[in-house]
Design a protein around this ligand. Structure first.
Ligand SMILES: [Zn+2]
Length: 232
């Protein structure tokens, strides 16, 4: 299913980590993006789960690109500093940065499938509710983050998709200009993921001290997942 370049990536990842990357059916898996990477007592494991009859080429390729970055490139992963708090927020910011980098790569291999997948994801996101008045500041913040995140995905990673509805909505919410400035700055720091994570966390008005970064050290002995504070 995979192009030779990514078959080589899998071979290298499996060799370095000392385990096979399992691809398994799972009726409870999400529609897309089910990757579990672990290091337990120095032993690595990687599972890509999928729902339905078989995994799509686009989904498999997407996960291999994550594995390449997390294991072979040891890119930082945003995590909550304390368990059980800010997990969804950390994952949202981390996934955003990962996907801004991975999707253009993915499109290099399976452009039509990738565009089809992400256009349906973005269409679902575009159904965001209007915030009714009076509403809590937390609801307003969540909506604004979601709209700005969608624009980052569209402008940076998915330039072929139709952005008309999203742009109209950003104008309605008076976010068009500010989100353009945010994206210009973000676009120029994507090669430094930790910097991008801090920038987005701050722009989204999260408490940066609630987060840390983890990195897989699969080439080390023993293999580990090391956490460290975000570099301020
Ligand atoms: Zn992903």
């Amino acid at each position: 299913m995979l192009p030779g370049e990514l078959q080589a990536t899998i071979q290298e990842a499996e060799q370095v980590a000392g385990c096979a990357i399992e691809v398994v059916p799972d009726a409870t898996a999400n529609e897309f993006d089910n990757l579990t990477l672990r290091v337990d007592d120095g032993v690595c494991s990687a599972t890509i789960a999928y729902r339905g009859e078989s995994i799509s080429r686009c989904a498999l390729l997407h996960e291999v690109l994550h594995v390449k970055r997390y294991w072979l490139n040891a890119v930082p992963i945003l995590r909550p500093a304390a368990r059980l708090r800010y997990e969804p927020e950390a994952q949202m910011v981390n996934d955003l940065i990962e996907h801004l980098i991975i999707i253009p790569e993915e499109r290099r291999f399976v452009e039509a499938e990738s565009n089809a997948h992400w256009s349906s994801v973005m269409a679902n996101l575009a159904e965001l509710p209007r915030v009714s008045f009076p509403s809590s500041q937390a609801e307003v913040d969540a909506l604004q983050r979601s709209l700005v995140l969608q624009r980052a995905m569209m402008d940076i990673a998915l330039p072929d998709l139709d952005n008309t509805r999203l742009y109209d909505r950003l104008r309605d919410e008076n976010l068009f200009e500010s989100s353009a400035a945010f994206i210009d700055r973000l676009r120029n720091m994507l090669d430094d993921k930790e910097r991008a994570l801090i920038f987005v966390s701050r722009e989204f008005r999260y408490d940066v001290t609630a987060f840390c970064v983890g990195r897989f050290n699969v080439r080390a002995n023993p293999k580990s997942f090391e956490r460290s504070p975000l570099v301020q």
